[in-house]
Write a new protein. Structure first.
Length: 109
């Protein structure tokens, strides 16, 4: 069975997730850290803390699925011949979430 190049970025995202999760958990130091890597790698989940005052289960699930979803979207762009455009779009959305988080300046993180 030949693997379609469309799924390669999703597989990379799936393989990347445990490493980003470990870095995020390490930087949180079980609630006593600075959460820097959690914010950098998972800005959508961390933005949810402005509304819910904690990281809730649905947003933990979003964090686990974030990089595989990025991979699926990048793979779709790749097969459409617009991989660079899709990749830059994903980067722009991710960085925008980071800027929003740091701009709002949550005192808890």
């Amino acid at each position: 069975m030949r693997l379609s190049k469309q799924w390669l970025p999703a597989i990379v995202g799936l393989l990347l997730t445990p490493f980003t999760m470990l870095a995020a958990l390490y930087s949180s130091a079980v609630g006593h850290g600075n959460y820097f890597w959690a914010i950098v790698f998972y800005p959508y989940t961390m933005l949810s803390t402005f509304v819910f005052q904690s990281i809730t289960i649905p947003f933990i699930l979003l964090a686990v699925l974030q990089y595989p979803i990025y991979g699926v979207l990048a793979g779709y762009g790749w097969i459409k011949g617009k991989g660079l455009r899709y990749g830059l779009g994903l980067l722009l959305v991710h960085v925008s979430a980071l800027v929003l988080f740091f701009g709002l300046g949550d005192k808890n993180f």
